[in-house]
Design a protein around this ligand. Structure first.
Ligand SMILES: Cc1cc2nc3c(=O)[nH]c(=O)nc-3n(C[C@H](O)[C@H](O)[C@H](O)COP(=O)(O)OP(=O)(O)OC[C@H]3O[C@@H](n4cnc5c(N)ncnc54)[C@H](O)[C@@H]3O)c2cc1C
Length: 468
């Protein structure tokens, strides 16, 4: 340890507002510290430039994840563990989920934050290529107000960013429009986890009628900043994947990257591996779209595809509770496999109206109760699934159940409908925590959060339904 603790001052303020006010009073004097996994390494090496630290670790405003119809808004203080555990991140942003899963070890994932990874500005940072291909935007906050910028413009050079000395990253926003894309990511390092990458790739792609409609490729550790390969993307779009295109891809990649020799690797190695990774992505994209990676049709699904419409609607209705959703699903038949079924479900759910969402919400019992709010018209299968989903709540002690019942009432008074949460594998205490957090949501945010929870419930139920 080359630093002396008595040379440093550290404070933590109760709100984001008071924190940015402090930064505004003495810009550049106070260094924010979130999880501290980068700051403490600099401290231990005696290389920390600041003497005054302000902790942002416990600021609730930076720790939330909100899901709206069009985007997911991730608080900059969310840890890798928060990201790994979030259902929408896992389902719709697998590149970010994978990066969170291989950033350091478990202890590091419990402390390291996405905001810290962005501001630390390492060209080898694991989450940043994913942010580039998902076209992330950042909300920056200071005492002067908020500004929203494209993440692609944030890193201006090696370890340089657009962040002003009095600013914090508040939120990382990702648009929810990549569900239909094929995703591919690889980290090449001495090991997959607990090692800094020599080269890393995050890529998304779509092929229609044998032709690349849209590819997005970003790489880490091969330039002073994480790099989106725009020229390569442009050269690939509108073409079929064949030997000529793979050769062209290698050439454009080599022209775009700017790797260096360092203790981890060499220019030659990095250039060759980056070309290989892009070619591997294109080959897999081609295979996936050609259907080679599709699973075989399931028996339940094959039978459902052939049912008369009314019977088919009734068969899937317990999975969601909204008739408009069930009708939308039936209109999309035949569905080939689980992946198509889940995609159809997610898309149909997004298209139905909020009054259809309400119908689905009413088909559930309150958390901690057995009978659905809509009474006997909820299908028996739905009631049975609800009781399985709430198993951990049923086993909770009396105090937790009473607290839940009280919080349920408060929620209903505030939002005029029952509280919906995907309860599977959640304890009463966890659900209570979520409920109390969501009580602070605005009406619109909360409606979308409830709809997102219903989407997750529907997805789990469809998987169960497929098992017969
Ligand atoms: C053992 C170990 C293994 C690691 N492995 C990996 C790895 O595999 N991949 C990888 O990418 N990284 C890795 N890291 C680096 C580190 O964990 C990440 O960069 C992490 O995301 C940093 O987040 P933090 O909250 O700990 O940042 P901190 O150390 O708290 O802060 C880092 C910098 O960001 C600033 N900052 C933090 N939050 C904000 C904010 N909201 N607004 C403005 N400024 C902010 C701080 O002022 C500081 O300059 C590793 C680190 C360690 C110690």
């Amino acid at each position: 340890m080359r630093s002396n603790p008595s040379d440093y001052e550290m404070t933590a303020l109760p709100s984001l507002h008071s924190t940015v006010s402090l930064l505004a009073r003495e810009p550049g004097v106070w260094l924010p510290i979130a999880g501290g996994t980068d700051v403490m390494v600099q401290y231990a090496a005696g290389k920390l430039p600041a003497r005054k630290l302000v902790s942002i670790w416990n600021l609730p405003e930076l720790r939330r994840i909100d899901v709206t119809a069009s985007e997911i808004q991730i608080g900059a203080g969310c840890t890798y563990t928060d990201l790994r555990r979030h259902a929408v991140v896992g389902h719709e942003f697998p590149l970010l989920r994978s990066a969170a899963g291989w950033t350091g070890g478990i202890a590091n994932q419990n402390r390291g934050t996405i905001g810290g990874n962005i501001v630390n500005a390492s060209p080898a940072a694991d989450s940043l290529p994913a942010l580039l291909v998902y076209e992330a935007e950042l909300i920056l906050i200071s005492a002067r107000g908020e500004r929203r910028i494209s993440y692609a413009n944030f890193h201006t050079g090696y370890k340089k960013t657009l962040l002003a000395p009095d600013e914090l990253i508040q939120t990382v926003c990702l648009p929810r429009r990549f569900l239909e894309y094929y995703s591919h990511t690889r980290k090449v390092g001495t090991r997959k986890a607990q090692a800094i990458s020599k080269v890393a790739i995050a890529a998304l792609g779509r092929i229609t009628d044998g032709v690349i409609e849209d590819v997005r490729i970003a790489v880490g550790s091969v330039a002073p900043v994480p790099l989106r390969l725009k020229d390569t993307e442009q050269a690939l779009n509108g073409r079929a994947v064949d030997a000529t295109l793979l050769l062209l891809a290698r050439r454009t990649v080599a022209a775009e990257i700017r790797p260096i020799d360092d203790i981890r690797s060499t220019v030659r190695y990095r250039a060759a591996v980056t070309g290989n990774l892009v070619v591997e992505f294109l080959n897999r994209l081609n295979l996936a779209q050609a259907g080679a990676e599709r699973s075989e049709a399931n028996d339940v699904l094959a039978q459902w595809n052939r049912l008369p419409a009314d019977e088919a609607i009734n068969a899937v209705l317990p999975c969601c509770g909204s008739r408009a959703w069930a009708e939308g699903m039936v209109a999309r038949r035949p569905l080939a496999d689980e992946a198509e079924l889940l995609t159809a479900s997610n898309e149909t759910w997004r298209k139905v109206s909020p009054s259809d969402w309400m119908e689905a919400f009413r088909s559930h019992p309150r958390i901690g109760e057995k009978k659905p709010v809509m009474g006997s018209s909820a299908p028996g299968q739905s009631v049975e699934w609800s009781s399985q989903e709430q198993r951990d709540v049923t086993d909770a002690d009396a105090a937790a159940k009473t607290a839940l019942a009280e919080a349920n009432r408060e929620y209903e008074r505030r939002f005029n409908r029952i509280f919906i949460v995907c309860a599977t594998s959640k304890s009463a205490v966890e659900i209570l925590e979520i409920l109390r957090r969501r009580l602070k949501n605005g009406v619109e945010t909360e409606l979308h959060e409830a709809a997102e929870q219903q989407r997750q419930i529907t997805e789990l139920r469809l998987r169960k339904w497929l098992q017969g």
